[in-house]
Design a protein. Structure first.
Length: 361
């Protein structure tokens, strides 16, 4: 169910190695520098083109989409003094969401859940480095632009984001990562509601497969949302000074979102488990109904089979021209055959009446 991604056993730390799980394609590097009065966004090809960072000056947001270029990642780490162990975790995608404090920056790992137009679910690791006056975000796939809504807010100057520092930008990105789970859960809730109606009426094997997929998705959501709540809680209690008190108010709201998501996940897990029990009960009831009908039919034919067996023994009626006294008298009766059919029909009729009176049919 869960793919475990790990470095080579016994490998030396602080050494960057490409992962086979990294999406192919050239990485994209761009920066956004802004303050309350101006904003500048530019796509670049090398780390040397990045502007200088001043802790009290404009906020610098550096985005690296794609981690296939190890030299580019190494240069980025040297430029901003990023710890090599953190850069190694950036390459080992599939990390558990976490916060790691270093001397002059915070390393944050989050897991983004994505849903395409066809409804397929995918996961992407988002790594962040928060320092004084700058924020670096690194994503796995260069073909996705998951933070487009944040760029729109920056370009339009809406809200407080242009008036705040890099820690508020970090909150905005984490809030985007967390809120991506709500549409997925809404779609999942609609699917469970539809399944509930169908399972009660016409349970089929396909519905069991759908319920298993729902439970699998809920398990994956819980696997990543639960530690993201711990990430936000760590940021709320951060003592490095990189997270200001004003920003912690917004982080607390994002923390509340993770609690809501966890409540929804647990509720949907209970619903899916209940639907599986309902499915099994419905299948069992249908089987019982079928077995009851078959049992009634078999019960009706038991005495008829007995009579047919008795009259079908074909004992010898005469011997040497003399009628055998202990033979079946019905064998020579002119109405023996129709009388036998009438008797069988009467037995079946009275059996059906008896079964209906007992409410077995």
């Amino acid at each position: 169910m869960f793919k475990i991604r790990y470095s080579i056993p016994g490998a030396s730390p602080n050494v960057l190695r490409a992962s086979k799980h990294v999406p192919s394609g050239p990485p994209k590097l761009r920066f956004t520098r802004y303050d309350q009065n101006a904003i500048e966004t530019k796509t670049i090809t090398s780390v040397a083109e990045l502007p200088e960072v001043t802790p009290e000056g404009p906020v610098l947001w550096v985005e690296l989409d794609g981690i296939s270029d190890l030299q580019l990642l190494q240069n980025l780490g040297e430029r901003f003094g990023l710890h090599p162990l953190a850069l190694e975790d950036v390459l080992n995608v599939g990390q558990r969401p976490k916060v790691e404090p270093y001397s002059d920056h915070l390393f944050i790992v989050a897991q983004m859940i994505l849903q395409d137009e066809d409804g397929a679910i995918s996961w992407e690791q988002v790594s962040m480095f928060l320092g004084p006056g700058f924020l670096i975000t690194i994503e796995e796939d260069p073909s996705t632009d998951t933070f487009a809504p944040v760029h729109e807010r920056l370009d339009g100057g809406r809200g407080l984001i242009r008036k705040q520092r890099a820690d508020y930008l970090c909150y905005a990105l984490l809030d985007t990562v967390v809120d991506h789970s709500f549409p997925i859960l809404e779609s999942l809730g609609d699917s469970l509601e539809s399944l509930e109606e169908v399972v009660l009426k016409t349970p089929e094997n396909q519905q069991m497969h759908q319920l298993h997929e729902c439970k699998r998705l809920l398990a994956m959501l819980r696997r990543y949302v639960w530690p993201e709540r711990e990430v936000l809680n760590s940021l709320l209690h951060d003592e490095s000074g990189l997270i200001r008190r004003d920003t912690k108010v917004y982080l607390r709201d994002c923390y509340d979102h993770t609690i809501q998501i966890m409540d929804l996940i647990e509720s949907y897990r209970d619903v899916s488990s209940s639907l599986m029990e309902i499915y099994l009960s419905s299948v069992g009831m249908r089987t019982n109904e079928i077995m009851r009908v078959l049992t009634v039919i078999s019960s009706i034919f038991i005495p008829l089979t007995f009579l047919a067996g008795v009259w079908g023994m074909n004992f010898q009626a005469e011997k040497d021209g003399r009628v055998m006294p202990w033979n079946m008298p019905e064998l020579h009766h002119p109405l023996g055959y129709p009388m036998c059919l009438v008797l069988m029909a009467a037995i079946a009729f009275f059996q059906i009446l008896y079964f209906k009176r007992k409410k077995w049919m």
